[in-house]
Write a protein that binds this ligand. Structure first.
Ligand code: AMP
Length: 418
């Protein structure tokens, strides 16, 4: 079923959203992109005359933890939807069931953080560090068993299931995938956001206009190996930026001072460079760095050539020569994927490189390129610099986007499609 075709009138919809938004120490939302992204789906259901049970996770609680309560976002959701939102302070309680069953057309019920229950993820919690393999296996079996009941309970609240949580589509969790088995094909569907995400991934994987350039930034090469390897089969240019640059520079024998480096990944870096060469991929590394004498926004800075960073200094952003180099590659591209900042963009004095990359992508997009920006930090970047409207698509998925681009089948997508 597709959401456009479904008439929600008089129906209760369980909508899995990704409201895993960043909160500051006073529980104020610092970036509500993910909430806004789910609005078209929620508003369509309400406009049809349906009611909504909203399920989400927030953070990574290891049990009940006020810090991760979804009550912190209820007020903002009410503002965004322009309607009152009820709250069930335990997502799988009698209270939740009663409130869900009493919902009238146009009403919304927000469930408490699904991950307060271990059953959401289906992973045992609270195992002693010295637990034996048998104990671990028994705990896993137990949580898998109770996961069935948990999933069934969530499913029982609604007549139909809508998955609009692309951010968790790569997880086979109760509310993101398992729940779908309780609804037939005519009563389960993607939300609008999920539809757009699936289309954007398809565009990047299967409808490539060349040259195709991927810009991979962020902190560690170890977290991006699989995607880099997969991209080597697809892209014409692979720009390596951010903290992982220095693992490559060191592997080639350069001096990186105190820059971030994964010493156990030096061989891997060389191997990736070799593979790129074999596949005819232009692997583009930075040539200069904005180095700092401390990991701080107020540190002293100097520009260094990449292989010549002195001891006591660390690379926190790309330098102007690299900005120019990256921009020239980006501007000639027809398909662009950007994941991860070029530097520690959280520090104002080290945002310049990420901004320059973002601006080059916007310019390429104006000239007809298709550009996809994804991964939490890249999204924060384009939002921070006011560039989101200038790129073709900003994905709400981090890990999910990367896994999709690695070519993996995402459980949250498969559960709706099968
Ligand atoms: P990731 O989650 O792997 O995409 O990494 C994003 C993080 O990488 C951001 O928090 C950046 O501050 C960090 N980062 C980017 N460049 C550097 C760098 N040169 N040194 C240290 N951290 C960096």
């Amino acid at each position: 079923m597709t959401i456009d075709k479904f008439n929600f009138s008089g129906k209760k919809a369980f909508v899995r959203v990704d409201f895993n938004v960043p909160l500051d120490e006073n529980f104020h939302i610092t970036d509500d992109t993910r909430m806004r992204a789910a609005l078209p789906t929620l508003k369509k259901i309400l406009a049809d005359g349906g009611s909504i049970i909203i399920g989400s996770h927030l953070g990574r609680p290891k049990g009940l933890n006020e810090k991760f309560s979804l009550k912190h976002i209820k007020g903002h959701l009410e503002e965004l939807l322009g309607t009152e939102v009820q709250f069930a302070s335990d997502c799988a309680s009698e209270e939740a069931a009663v409130k869900a069953s009493a919902l009238q057309p146009g009403e919304v019920l927000l469930l408490e953080n699904l991950r307060f229950y271990a059953e959401e993820e289906g992973k045992p919690r609270g195992l002693a560090d010295d637990a034996t393999d048998e104990e671990k296996a028994a705990a896993k079996k137990a949580v898998k068993e109770s996961q069935k009941e948990f999933t069934k309970k969530l499913a029982s609240y609604a007549d139909c299931y809508v998955n609009d949580a692309f951010g968790t589509a790569h997880r086979a969790h109760a509310s993101t995938a398992l729940i779908a088995q309780y609804f037939d094909a005519d009563h389960k569907m993607f939300g609008y956001l999920m539809e757009k995400e699936v289309k954007a991934v398809d565009r990047i994987l299967n409808d490539i206009h060349r040259p195709f350039t991927a810009i991979m930034g962020g902190s560690k090469v170890s977290s991006k190996i699989d995607i880099i390897e997969n991209l080597l089969n697809k892209v014409d240019n692979l720009i390596i930026a951010g903290g992982m640059t220095y693992t490559f520079v060191k592997a080639m024998g350069g001096r990186i001072g105190d820059s971030l480096c994964e010493n156990d990944k030096l061989d891997l870096a060389l191997d990736l460079m070799k593979k790129a060469k074999e596949k005819g991929v232009n692997l583009v590394l930075g040539i200069d760095t904005k180095a700092a004498d401390a990991f701080s926004n107020d540190a002293h800075t100097q520009y260094c050539l990449d292989p010549e960073i002195p001891d006591g200094w660390q690379g926190l952003d790309i330098g102007p020569k690299t900005e120019e180099l990256f921009a020239s590659v980006i501007k000639q591209s027809k398909t662009i994927l950007w994941n991860g900042p070029t530097g520690v963009f959280e520090f104002e004095n080290f945002t310049h490189g990420s901004r320059a990359v973002g601006e080059a992508i916007v310019e390429a997009t104006k000239n007809g390129a298709y550009s996809l920006v994804g991964g939490g930090d890249s999204v924060a970047c384009v939002n921070k610099f006011g560039l989101a409207d200038g790129v073709s698509y900003v994905s709400t998925g981090g890990g999910a986007l990367l896994e999709a681009i690695e070519g993996k089948v995402l459980p949250g997508i498969a559960a709706i499609q099968e």
